[in-house]
Design a protein around this ligand. Sequence first.
Ligand code: PEP
Ligand code: MG
Length: 562
Amino acid sequence: MAELRGVGIGLGVAQGPVARMAEPSPPPSDAPSTQTLDEEKTRVSEAVAAVARELEERGAHAGGAARDVLEAQAMMAEDPSLEAEIDTRLAQGKTSEWAVHDAFASFRDTLTAMGGYLGERAADLDDVAARVIARLRGVPAPGVPDPGYPFILVAKDLAPADTALLDLDKVLALVTTEGGPTSHTAILAREKSIVAVVGVASAKDLADGEMVIVDAAGGLVTTSPTVDELERAQHRADARASAAHAPITPGALADGTLVPLLANLGSPDGAAEAVALGAEGVGLFRTEFLFLSQSTAPTIEQQRVSYEKLLSAFPGKKVVVRVLDAGADKPLPFLNDAHEENPALGLRGLRALRASEDILREQLTALAEADAATRAAGTAADLWVMAPMVSTVEETHYFVDLARSYGVKTAGVMVEVPSSALLADRVLAHADFASIGTNDLTQYTLAADRLLGSVASFQDPWHPAVLRLIREVGAAGRSTGKPVGICGEAAADPLLAVVLVGLGATTLSMAPTALADVRASLLAHTLDDAHRIADAALAADDAASARDAARAAASTQKEAVK
Ligand code: PEP
Ligand code: MG
């Protein structure tokens, strides 16, 4: 038995045999073919047809949006102009592998140059090419394996396209060797309630078929588990399944201290699910979704329709909308066109909006109109508006004053940069509220790009340096009497949620699927416990010891209760 450590997402536990995601194989060489032209042509047409049929079958099995994506991929594979491109290269004496690779690449470049919807399909074309080449080589296709039975998926990291198509009846849990708690995989795992441990570097040695236990609460993968360990894991999984059916109550600690639990949403479409899972409002509405697939900013009217839909899904409830956060991990061609060496430290968030103030003004206009329309219809929410990546007190004044001039009653800022956390009392003297974005606050505190796998281990909000900054903001919230919310991924970690409340957070906002676990965790601790557990974490030297210290403090308190 061995224990491999990583960062657990949520509280789940699962067991099963490993199936590894195949690594992409190296590109083919352009050495001349040793086979005849007819032989190469037959090989290509068989491989292409087999891949197209396989994609169609997978699509029919997956259904819904996935079927459309996979059927479109199958059609791409058999596109006659692509076949002609491949034939041209075969006629030049090239191998099937190289002809497919090169013809698809030139097709991809054409699509990319077209931009827009077609440009976005370029990655799908790469996937089809990789599948055809794998078949020609007689090696497993890249992407999610299908061993024919439920399995624990072990991968370096997952591409968004892979994760979107995961068959949750088959994938019992995810283990990645790379990626931190804010990676795409982690966000998706949380969204879909998949048991996951990410950043387990030593999982690269796990073999196909090997039995493991994946314990997200402990951030552990146990290899060669004993019968006893398997039974205990099963028992915990069963207990958790029944907790998921516990009654939905307002977020509160064991002593009755209320901690409203809010939802992070990326589009109004997620509102109904959030309400069903007990969200008491929205703590972060990311407005980027309206802008990301566009080459120009959406009109005021397009925005108003979307904001109205959101607000009317939460009548009388708090809804915190964040104005556009463009730049760095969310590039937008019409806002950040200049090349920047370090985009995370460049013109992003409020800085980018200030440089294109008309876009900010239009967004505030659309929000004010949506607020007025929902008021008239009797479906109004309590609208709060905040700006991302505010790094100075002056920027706070700028945004809050501008938002108020558009009739926004509650205007606040996100605390995502250490400078704002350290000056939180000055920031909160003017802003109506603060919302801590722990994903960026961690990135900027540890100087570790949140998108870079090589520094993912630094991207851990349990780091005591991050916790100290949060404590500053909590203290400023108390002294100014202003609310301090948390809306980064940290709020979705059930034990860290208790620590955050101990540090002064007054609300927690998270992916709706995390609400049940966090609700249960808060109910197990009083405010005094939360202070004690937070103090234990603050006293640690690093993120791993902070997590261990908090866990020990939480279990000591449970023992004392017994
Ligand atoms: C954050 O940085 O924690 C946050 C909530 O914003 P985003 O993840 O959208 O940058
Ligand atoms: Mg952020």
